[in-house]
Design a protein around this ligand. Structure first.
Ligand code: NAI
Length: 287
């Protein structure tokens, strides 16, 4: 096979915004798509079947193959049901795009346990639930693709997004381990940090910025990461407005202490520890 032709891909949160673009591009490229969407509001409240149905109708009208799923990824049974929808309709699952998301922004001093849990449940747990259900199938067929929707908020942080940034950072952490564990089974796991004008970003940037950020610009990158030709795993790709960058972690040359240093010795050499000249890509010393 080549590209995503004939592959079965689950896209969560595909009833609107970026997920809809991923589903349309994948189906237009010959993939069979499970269009999952709970159909609620931006803050996660409510549910409806209309969002997923509309995208499935759009794909079918264009001659593509898709089925809807209305399950919430936020619980284990919902995540399993999303993958089951692929197995029931097409007999296999080749890729998961963990894209479903909600927002409950607020400065950290106003963060509530409810807003914290709700956001982690959809993004981080939702990713776990769906990918965990697909993983045995990926291993068995020695082929699988995972793409998670990270965010620059999970890489760099963003005011008012402690819950969202923690969830997105967790998703990026997850793909690094999935990349390691998946490698001998032909499973690749990557993250994107998209930037696009959707209902999620409608009030975070001025209209002149948003009009340059079409969600359609992100979809081909997701398509590549799902394709048979992709060889990357554990990559984090920032994509939006026509730009595509990989983000890497580097470690400084640092300092080696022959003996346990005193607090003062660490303070004295802090500028050497953090000096970026001669930095190299970071590796897990116990990996
Ligand atoms: P969106 O709000 O248009 O799409 C999110 C979709 O997820 C919605 O259709 C919603 O109904 C669905 N969803 C929410 N909870 C769900 C659940 N429990 N189960 C199943 N579906 C559920 O937002 P957008 O912008 O398209 O976001 C897509 C992903 O990209 C999100 O994970 C978001 O955090 C991420 N992202 C988007 C950015 C942007 O610039 N638009 C920036 C960084 C990350």
């Amino acid at each position: 096979m080549s590209g995503v032709e004939g592959r079965v891909v689950v896209v969560t949160g595909a009833g609107g915004g970026l997920g809809r673009e991923y589903a349309l591009l994948l189906a237009g490229s010959g993939a069979k798509v499970v269009v999952n969407d709970l159909g609620g509001a931006r803050d996660g409240s409510g549910s409806a079947t209309t969002a997923a149905d509309a995208v499935v109708d759009e794909i079918r009208a264009a001659g593509g193959e898709a089925v809807p799923s209305y399950d919430s990824v936020a619980d284990e049974a919902g995540g399993a049901a999303v993958v089951q929808a692929a197995l029931d309709a097409y007999g296999r699952v080749d890729g998961v795009v963990a894209n479903a998301g909600i927002l409950r922004d607020g400065a950290f001093h106003k963060m509530t346990a409810e807003a914290w849990d709700a956001v982690l449940k959809v993004h981080l747990y939702g990713t776990y639930h769906v990918v965990r259900a697909a993983w045995p199938h990926f291993r068995e067929q020695r082929h699988g693709r995972v793409v998670v929707a990270g965010s620059t908020s999970g890489i760099y942080g963003n005011f008012g997004q402690s819950n969202y940034g923690a969830a997105k950072g967790g998703m990026i952490g997850l793909i690094h381990t999935l990349a390691i564990e998946g490698t001998k089974y032909g499973i690749l796991a990557n993250a994107i940090a998209p930037m696009a004008a959707t209902r999620m970003t409608a009030d975070v940037a001025p209209p002149e910025v948003l009009e340059k950020l079409s969600p359609a610009q992100v979809a081909p990158v997701v398509g590549h990461l799902l394709s048979d030709e992709c060889t990357d795993s554990g990559s984090v790709v920032v994509v939006g407005g026509g730009q595509v960058h990989q983000v890497k972690q580097f470690m400084t040359k640092g300092v080696t202490f022959a003996e346990v240093p005193t607090l003062q010795q660490v303070t004295d050499r802090w500028s050497e520890i953090t000096d970026l000249s001669g930095a190299v890509p970071g590796v897990n010393p116990v990996g």
